[in-house]
Each structure stands twice: as C-alpha cells, then as structure tokens.
Write a protein that binds this ligand. Structure first.
Ligand code: IPE
Ligand code: IPE
Ligand code: MG
Length: 243
C-alpha cells in the first residue's frame, strides 16, 4: 500500500510509517567497557524517547526490529537479558499506553516466548483496541522470511476452507503481521551496517533507506530529524518517472 504523506508546519513531509532496525547496542556497551546487556538497556530507553518523538511530530506508525529469529544464536545470558527488558517494557506499556495514547503491537512468532510474556502481549493487544492514533509495532522473534512463509500457510488454510479471496499482492498483505498498515515510507538502520538482516522483506519493496553510523543507544530526536530531512530530498518514483 502506498502511503499518503502529510506535511508539518515547516512544509516538511512527515513519513506516515517509519521502520527502524535497532542496531549497535552491543558496540555502544563495548565502547564503555560495559556488558552487552547494558547496551540493550540503554537501547530500550532510546526506543521510549524516539517513540514519543514520532508520535509528537505526527508519524502514525513506528515499527522497530528488537529481536530477530536469528538472535536466538546469541549467548543464553544475553537473550535472557533482552527478554527481561521486554517484560519490563510491556509492564510499563500496560500501565501507560492509555494515558500516552499509544497502541502497541508485537510482530513475530510469540509461541517461542515465555507464557508470562505472551500474557503481557495479549493484554497490550486488548488495551490497544480501545486506543486510536499512533501505533508502535515491536518485532520480537521476527523474521521477514518466516513472516512470508506464515502468510502463505495461512492463505493456504483459508483457501482449503473456501474462505480465501483471489491471491493478489493486496490480499496477501492482509496475511502479514502488518495487515491494514501502510508500508514503511522510511527505513532507518543505525549502527553502521548496510543490510536488511531479514527485516520487513515484503513491506520494504519501495521504502526509502537511511543508514547512519550512530549507534542506536546514542540515537536522538535530532538524528531522526536528519533522516526525515534526507527523506524529503528523495524522489519516490515507484517505478514511474520524475515528477
Ligand atoms: C541490536 O544491537 C539489538 C539486538 C539485535 C537484540 P546488537 O546487540 O546487535 O548490537 P551490535 O550490533 O552488537 O553492536
Ligand atoms: C538485526 O541486528 C536484528 C535486530 C536489530 C533485532 P543484528 O545485529 O542481529 O543483525 P546482523 O547480525 O548484524 O545482521
Ligand atoms: Mg547488531
């Protein structure tokens, strides 16, 4: 789905949907001779402030990559630390999302998460139903390929039961975690790597990419402004010709 773009008072186009690969937590910690877990803690704080900023400037959807299907390869202690931070974040979200008017969705295969995390996620889903406006999507145990395979399986099931409409790009999109959400206009990867790492493979077909060496825990609203500024100089042709 192509997104309709709105402008702020300064005439800048504000992307409706921004996606961010939260990368560089480990290197941030290493630079300070801290354990990697400390980097993830700092990164989770950055997420809170950037989500608040996105809502403030009129972004409608923020999708962040927090834990990939490949990240289970990491040392057990690090994975545990990340799950603990997620637990803390979800508890806070349940307490605050109504007041802050933030909808929260988790994208990914939650079946591998602990029962208590799954319960918290179900609770945030429930609360989200009563909230309108800004939506944060947190990708946990998420992989772009896994998402496409899951969508194909779900379509096949519906088809077998005579419930599926004709398979088109649009109808297939409804089988993704991101059903009903416009594709990301802008995809940001901090941390200095130039790859997708299995993030939103289906949805990023026409997203504008922005890379920066800033490590995620150091990423500020000013860095987001820079990315949006750069986005404003892109010519989005979607395969057509220059306007
Ligand atoms: C991103 O930071 C967070 C996760 C992948 C969970 P990293 O932990 O990948 O940080 P670097 O890339 O090692 O610096
Ligand atoms: C991508 O970061 C995944 C997340 C940020 C959740 P990684 O650090 O896992 O990616 P690679 O290993 O550099 O590709
Ligand atoms: Mg990394």
């Amino acid at each position: 789905m192509a997104a309709k773009i709105k402008e702020n008072e300064a005439g800048k186009q504000i992307p409706r949907h921004i996606a961010i690969i939260l990368d560089g937590n480990g290197r941030w910690a290493k630079k300070r001779a801290l354990p990697r877990k400390a980097g993830h803690l700092a990164g989770s704080e950055t997420f809170r402030s950037i989500a608040t900023y996105c809502k403030e400037i009129g972004v409608e959807y923020l999708t962040v990559y927090a834990f990939s299907t490949e990240n289970w390869k990491r040392p057990e202690d690090e994975v545990k630390g990340i799950m603990k931070l997620l637990d803390k974040y979800l508890h806070e979200a349940i307490r605050d999302m109504q007041k802050k008017q933030i909808r929260l969705k988790v994208f990914g295969d939650v079946s591998r998460l602990s029962p208590s995390l799954r319960e918290l996620i179900a609770r945030t889903d429930e609360i989200s139903q009563g909230i309108e406006g800004f939506q944060a999507n947190v990708c946990i145990n998420y992989g772009g390929r896994a998402e496409i395979v899951r969508a194909a399986q779900r379509y096949a099931q519906d088809y077998a039961q005579g419930k599926a409409e004709e398979l088109t790009e649009e109808s297939f999109s409804d089988y993704m975690y991101s059903a009903g959400i416009p594709d990301p206009d802008l995809l940001i990867r901090p941390g200095g790597e130039y790859r997708l790492s299995n993030f939103l493979l289906w949805q990023c077909a026409y997203s504008e990419f922005y890379y920066t060496d800033v490590l995620w825990p150091d990423f500020t609203p000013e860095d987001l402004d820079k990315a949006i500024e750069e986005y404003n100089h892109r010519d989005r042709r979607f395969g057509g010709v220059k306007k």
